[in-house]
Ligand binder design. Structure first.
Ligand code: RAM
Length: 491
């Protein structure tokens, strides 16, 4: 009810189905601890790394005959610290049903609790909420069945720290590689375009599962609206369904995602199939322009860029548009098609952006009516190739020295900051950001990199409570991409 009916492109859906992977299954059994649990007792099982899967718990009892059921609470955590938070204190704006906990009655013993739901976790806490004084509970074993569509791969690095960061990145991506590239196995467990783009480029440097990228591209194509709008995300369970919402930048990023895939695979059939939709994204995005300048909007989520409510998106959105159109030109060139009109449009949009958004006095790009300065805006202008390498490097130094500049919040935006540093030839600086920012998560004991990490505020959540934050998140996987593509070979 209330859903915008999306006419599925059956041909594209069939192709997506054809490339659905068979998941690799890994089983891990932990022997039960040598203790008996009574009311209010709890015990924690540590699986040693992050896993995505379901569990079976074998239970028996000691003492007299169980004359009442046991009421158990199971909590699953990606980071051990999560156990310090109480789900009752979560009052955020996305559903608390994402919090990984279960309340279960067990009537008869011995038994094997087969919990079919998929969890994302390293730690499992078993607590006894209620039990009769007649008996105590013994956990005989906990069995995990985990899945991924990634093959096994060794971490790389020229020193311990690089290897640690590569290994955490690989684990992050592996956990997010299921039947699609999902954003996070805890939440939203969905294919998101912004995440897919970063997962795909990291995958090309690591697991090289090209079929999975192809499947995801076709899933977006299959669920585009009749007039060609690509959704921000796709649900695939119980069946494929395109999210009703779209975001300006995410829809456009379909184009570089397709280009990257083509440059890796030279899969002409796929490129030709999806090219009309890629072109359509530019046509649709153009409707938001007044002349050669994009209109700003107050509508929440019209364009993403970063998880920051104070961030003005106007100028950054124009830069993403140019970036995507440049990818389209490259793709058209590679496919031997005409690209002239897009090149002209790029020049017009760049010229207008320099006139309106570039503040000569500051030497920085600014956005919105309040002329806001941010990393998001400036990094995207560097990425859309508007300045020379030298000027880009100078701009980034000015940005760093500007106290008012809004800093990145998510690893997604940090990815673009690092990319901008590399595009400006600032390799050492980019390396330091990787080591310090993602390294900061590693120092907090991360097995996988987080959805959100703000070194200045460890409790930050875009959702009004960090109980729903995800600590294994696709867009955080790119250190492996950077290290393997730019650093490990040359050092
Ligand atoms: C989060 C999702 C996803 C991201 C969107 C914009 O809620 O988990 O990672 O792409 O926001």
């Amino acid at each position: 009810m209330g859903h915008k009916i999306i006419v599925m492109n059956k041909k594209f859906l069939e192709i997506a189905d054809k490339y659905k992977p068979k998941l690799n299954i890994e089983r891990k059994v932990l022997k039960g601890h040598d203790c008996l649990l009574k009311e209010n007792d709890s015990d924690i099982y540590d699986f040693g790394n992050h896993y995505t899967g379901s569990i079976k718990i074998s239970l028996s009892t000691k003492g007299r005959f169980p004359d009442a059921p046991a009421l158990l609470k199971l909590r699953f955590a990606e980071l051990k610290d999560e156990f310090e938070e109480d789900s009752k204190n979560y009052h955020g704006w996305i559903s608390k049903s994402w919090i990984q906990e279960e309340l279960i009655h067990v009537d008869y013993f011995p038994t094997v609790l087969d919990i079919k739901r998929v969890f994302a976790f390293r730690y499992l806490e078993i607590s006894v909420v209620g039990i009769s004084s007649n008996y105590q509970l013994h956990v005989d074993s906990v069995e995990l069945e985990a899945t991924t569509s990634a093959p096994k791969l060794e971490a790389k690095g020229n020193n311990k720290r690089e290897k640690q960061i590569d290994s955490i990145s690989l684990r992050t991506l592996r956990e997010c590689m299921q039947e699609e590239f999902i954003d996070g196995p805890k939440r939203d467990r969905r294919l998101w375009l912004g995440d897919l783009r970063l997962e795909a480029i990291t995958n090309y440097e690591t697991y090289k599962n090209y079929a999975l990228v192809k499947r995801c591209l076709y899933l977006f194509a299959a669920t585009a609206t009749e007039d060609g709008v690509i959704s921000q995300s796709v649900f695939t369970k119980p069946e494929v369904f395109g999210d009703e919402a779209s975001m300006f930048d995410y829809s456009l990023l379909f184009i570089p995602t397709l280009l990257d895939y083509y440059m890796e695979t030279f899969d002409k059939e796929c490129a030709n199939d999806l090219l009309p939709l890629a072109i359509k994204q530019i046509e649709i995005a153009r409707r938001r322009f007044y002349g050669d300048i994009i209109n700003d909007s107050d509508q929440l989520g019209w364009c993403f860029l970063d998880w920051s409510l104070e961030l003005n998106k106007q100028a950054g959105a124009q830069a993403v548009y140019i970036y995507a159109e440049e990818a389209l030109v490259k793709l058209l060139k590679l496919l031997g098609k005409d690209y002239k009109i897009y090149l002209e449009d790029i020049e017009a949009k760049k010229k207008a952006a320099l006139n309106v958004f570039y503040d000569k006095k500051l030497g920085l790009f600014v956005s919105g009516k309040d002329r806001q300065i941010s990393y998001a805006t400036n990094c995207w202008y560097i990425l859309c190739d508007i300045l020379s390498e030298e000027d880009s490097a100078d701009l980034l130094i000015r940005l760093e020295n500007n106290k008012d500049a809004i800093k990145p919040v998510t690893p997604y935006m940090y990815h673009h900051y690092v990319s901008a540093l590399i595009a400006s030839g600032l390799y050492d600086k980019a390396y330091d950001v990787i080591m310090n920012y993602w390294g900061g998560m590693a120092d907090l004991g991360a097995d996988t990199f987080f959805e959100l990490y703000n070194p200045q505020n460890k409790d930050e959540s875009p959702y009004g409570g960090k109980q729903v934050n995800s600590y294994c998140h696709a867009w955080s996987t790119t250190p492996s991409y950077f290290l393997r593509k730019y650093y490990l070979k040359s050092r």
